[in-house]
Design a protein around this ligand. Structure first.
Ligand code: ATP
Ligand code: MG
Ligand code: MG
Ligand code: MG
Length: 439
């Protein structure tokens, strides 16, 4: 992408309304724009990051055996009356009336809708296990939308729903998602800690929140230091091996970890002081096992091996991709801007032409731009006629992992400079060697 043809509305001033660093940087880097309280447009740079985060989430959901669908944002209130949640949900639910006077709502979550899908199609235990997920916009009329996309009213959620014939198999489904979540957050460059959690309006008994430690987090959390070192299952993890997955989950849930609501002072105080980690955290994911809470009232039953109709055992599994982006920035930035981990950077390489109009610079940049793209790199080429200082500041602000800098002297000598955003390391490389060097 040529910057001259792109839309990257960088802000020079630090926006006053932004209280935390991720919000400030997302606004300054031209990733998002607020449209109303808690609702944001994703500008091109932000949209690219959102797509990359969703791609990682999708790959790990698919690997764990979940199947993607797409349910609507607007739901019928009748479904929610069947589960009893229409009245319980309260003011966070945005209620809408259509022209026929029918009660509708903008979905804050999809348990009812997906249970309706299951009861319409699944007849027998032989069709199980099944896990359906979608990545769709949600609306929750938060009392205090704040911190940009960290707590917005309209936000993106990946929500998955598992269906099984009994407790044992639904616990295995829970374990698959648990492990998929560990992998997802690790791939996004984040250290997420699963903590026993309150189930809130979703319901059920078994539940974990995945928390990123950050000083700007809204929850107070307490956990064992061991979590900082625990190995995350690799790409080869076998999602069919239920006992092995259960063991991984066991290992990840044994050391103490709890949010404020579930905190147990006695258990905490029993830990040696040096092993305790009390911090603030951001909830980036939340998984629930709630058994027959929805299937029973909504009549989602299937025939078991004995031919008897039994209600489906269910769980639901949420991740907030939009909040995750803010969490990644909270965890990875410096005084000059964002430092993207490789897998989610909007572009891998920022190519800086220090002197557009200089014949050598232009020729070298055009060549590198073409070759790098042909080699499969996502390149943002700053071909604009602006000051070199401003170009460097923009590149640092938007945080692409690699900067490739071409100036008139280097271009004449057949050289370019590679700067790594994370470490600041610089290296001069012959133009012919750039491709090899960036492999
Ligand atoms: P919170 O405690 O922050 O209000 P929640 O517990 O209400 O979140 P869940 O119902 O567990 O949220 O939803 C699953 C995921 O959706 C959360 O873990 C989070 O990543 C994301 N999410 C929830 N609310 C918001 C929001 N207002 N803005 C952005 N992401 C959100
Ligand atoms: Mg909430
Ligand atoms: Mg919560
Ligand atoms: Mg939650």
């Amino acid at each position: 992408m040529r910057l001259s043809q792109y839309f990257l509305p960088i802000l020079k001033e630090t926006p006053k309304e932004a209280e935390i660093v991720s919000h400030r940087l997302m606004l300054r880097a031209g990733m998002i724009r607020q449209q109303a309280a808690g609702s944001y447009t994703w500008l091109p740079l932000g949209k690219r990051v959102l797509d990359k985060v969703c791609r990682v989430i999708r790959e790990e959901q698919d690997r764990a055996g979940a199947v993607e669908i797409l349910m609507p944002t607007i739901q019928s209130a009748d479904l929610w009356r069947e589960s009893g949640r229409y009245d319980d949900y309260g003011k966070e639910m945005l209620r809408i009336e259509d022209r026929h006077g029918r009660d509708m709502l903008f979905g804050p979550t999809n348990e009812e809708m997906v249970t309706d899908i299951a009861r319409s199609y699944i007849r027998s235990y032989k069709e199980l296990p099944l896990n359906l997920y979608h990545i769709q916009w949600k609306f929750r009329d938060e009392v205090r939308p704040r911190f940009g996309v960290m707590r917005s009213r309209e936000f993106l959620m990946k929500d998955a729903y598992s269906f099984d014939i009994d407790y044992e198999s639904s616990k295995a489904a829970y374990d698959r998602m648990f492990v998929a979540y560990l992998r997802t957050f690790a791939r996004l460059g984040l250290q997420a800690i699963p903590m026993r959690a309150d189930t809130g309006p979703i319901g059920g008994k078994l539940s974990h929140e995945f928390i990123i430690l950050a000083s700007t987090g809204e929850s107070e959390v307490f956990c064992h230091r061991d979590y900082l070192e625990m190995p995350v299952p690799g790409e080869g993890v076998d999602f069919k091996d239920a006992p092995a997955l259960a063991q991984t989950v066991e290992q990840w849930t044994t050391p103490y970890a709890a949010t404020e609501e579930m905190h147990d002072e006695a258990a905490w105080n029993a830990l040696p002081e040096t092993e305790r980690l009390a911090a603030r955290g951001i909830e980036v994911g939340h998984i629930f096992h709630f058994g027959t809470k929805y299937s029973e009232p909504m009549g989602a039953t299937v025939a078991g091996p004995d031919g008897k109709e039994t209600p489906l055992f269910m769980g639901s599994y949420g991740i907030g991709p939009s909040r995750l982006i803010a969490a990644i920035i909270e965890a990875s930035h410096d005084e000059n801007g964002i430092v993207w981990p490789m897998g989610v950077a909007p572009f891998d390489i920022g190519l800086v032409n220090m002197k557009p109009g200089d014949a050598d610079c232009d020729a070298v940049c055009e060549r590198l731009y073409g070759e790098l793209q042909a080699a499969g790199h996502d390149v943002l080429y700053d071909d604009q006629d602006t000051r070199a200082g401003a170009k460097f500041a923009t590149m640092d602000l938007i945080g692409l992992p690699v900067q490739l800098i071409v100036g008139p002297r280097g271009a004449k000598a057949g050289e370019a400079e590679i700067k790594l955003r994370a470490s600041g390391e610089r290296e001069t490389v012959a133009i012919d060697k750039v491709l090899d060097r960036l492999k």
